[in-house]
Design a protein around this ligand. Structure first.
Ligand code: FMN
Ligand code: EPS
Length: 404
């Protein structure tokens, strides 16, 4: 059963977004200017974003669940206003103009874009034009997810769990990744225009994004989210929906345009023999949380049997290219069935770094839920007591410095 759940509401060009987080314990010290707004700003960044990001400057307003800088244990409700809303009052309150009146036929809401939710949404919800669909399908919604994820991240920080992300590839150009990741992953990439650890690949990717922009094309890519300090034992092997790998995959896959999710070396591992995939179990006297037992490598990405191993959790999201293309693909006019090119409009060319920040938020929400599932409590201190008792027990049943 979910302990921590969240919901978002809002259209991309509507008044704003609502984020509702339920199940958070009381007594979490939370300052939105310090803990939430900087995460929203990170999500807006990254080379390849479109003009919309120059208009927005996302900030949250807390409506409930917080008093004197601490959570109350009641639902936390937050609002993010859309600055662009003012520019869309006509589009949001009128029928789309016919193509012959508006020479910017490109903007037509009758020409569904392959890859976006336009066509399937119009059929499913029995709508006349695609605006009724794209407004909610839009990844603008991820700003509200990141607000919820920022609060989950603050909660996890209390227990020494930290989450970061970096970009592994864009448009097939792969970054070289060091064997040991920097301890503060975000510190190492937040200033990089691509949130990437490889400056040379960054330059080449920027060039590729410029080329894609010039030719009216778009690029996808892969990001990696890493969580450190995660205790052994979150999630469970006993039922399909208790498995933490499955829960993470669902959370990541739900991000707009994410089409594959990988845990650790999941995809590469499928190509190698078992002796070069599984992580040997070794004595590690310093590994207190694991009772003196650890792993020689972490190809499993911190999960076995749907349970955290105590090693860093590593999850990758594979993002398809953005579907709004200036170099338009074939489509069909929803008014008369005639063949036409798909609609195009202001859009990102690539948004992999931003998707990585959203990935961090989703991982934070899943981990906070799993932590509460195992160490549940109504206050942060109660959760802490429960976790500390468990860690003491692990230490006591382990081998520490003892020779076997
Ligand atoms: C951070 C982010 C930014 C995005 N920006 C755009 C965009 O500017 N234009 C676009 O067509 N799709 C964009 N997308 C992807 C669409 O929202 C997504 O493809 C669409 O909702 C259909 O869902 P699906 O790709 O998951 O099937 C973005 C996705 C993310 C995660
Ligand atoms: C607004 C955001 O992303 C948007 C996601 C998006 C889409 O179709 O998913 C389309 C673009 O919006 P617009 O049509 O207003 O230019 C992106 O900018 C955001 O991330 O805050």
């Amino acid at each position: 059963m979910k302990r921590l759940s969240f919901r978002t509401a809002g259209e991309s060009h509507g008044r704003g977004l609502i984020a509702l987080l339920e199940g958070l314990p009381a007594g979490l010290d939370l300052v939105t200017e310090r803990d939430v707004d900087p995460q929203l700003e990170r999500r807006q960044g990254g080379y390849g974003r479109g003009r919309r990001m120059k208009i927005e400057s996302d900030r949250v307003e807390v409506i409930s669940g917080l008093r004197l800088g601490e959570t109350l244990g009641s639902p936390l409700a937050m609002v993010i206003w859309n600055r662009d809303w003012e520019n869309w009052t006509v589009a949001m309150s009128s029928e789309p103009p016919p193509d012959d009146v508006n020479p910017k036929a490109l903007r037509s809401m009758y020409l569904p874009r392959p890859g976006h939710a336009d066509l399937v949404g119009v059929f499913k919800y029995d709508r006349r034009d695609t605006r009724d669909i794209l407004e909610r399908a839009s990844a603008r919604e991820t700003a509200a997810r990141v607000a919820c994820g920022a609060v989950a991240r603050r909660f996890l920080e209390e227990f020494g769990i930290r989450i970061g992300s970096h970009v592994l590839s864009v448009g097939g150009i792969e970054a070289e990744v060091p064997d040991a990741l920097p301890e503060d992953l975000n510190g190492a990439v937040d200033d990089s225009p691509l949130r990437c650890l490889d400056p040379d690949a960054t330059d080449r990717i920027i060039q590729a994004i410029d080329e894609a922009r010039a030719t009216g094309d778009t690029l996808g890519g892969v990001f990696e989210v890493v969580a450190t300090g995660v205790p052994v034992g979150l999630g469970s092997h006993v039922s399909w929906d208790a498995k933490l790998d499955g829960r993470l995959a669902q959370a990541l896959m739900s991000i707009q345009a994410i089409k594959a999710v990988e845990i650790g070396d999941g995809i590469g591992g499928a190509l190698r023999p078992g002796t070069r995939v599984h992580d040997p179990i070794v004595r590690k006297p310093d590994e207190e949380r694991m009772g003196g037992i650890g792993r020689a490598s972490n190809r499993a990405g911190g999960l076995e049997g749907g349970i955290t191993t105590g090693e860093p959790l590593v999850v990758r999201g594979h993002m398809k290219p953005i579907s709004t293309l200036r170099n338009r693909l074939p489509s069909v006019d929803l008014r008369d069935g005639s063949v036409a090119d798909a609609a195009t409009e202001r859009s990102d060319v690539s948004a992999v770094p931003a998707a990585g920040v959203v990935g961090e938020a989703m991982v934070a929400l899943v981990l906070a839920d799993a932590l509460l599932e195992k160490f549940g409590g109504d206050s942060v201190d109660e959760v802490r007591r429960n976790l500390d008792g468990y860690l003491d027990h692990l230490r006591a049943r382990g081998f520490g410095e003892r020779e076997l």
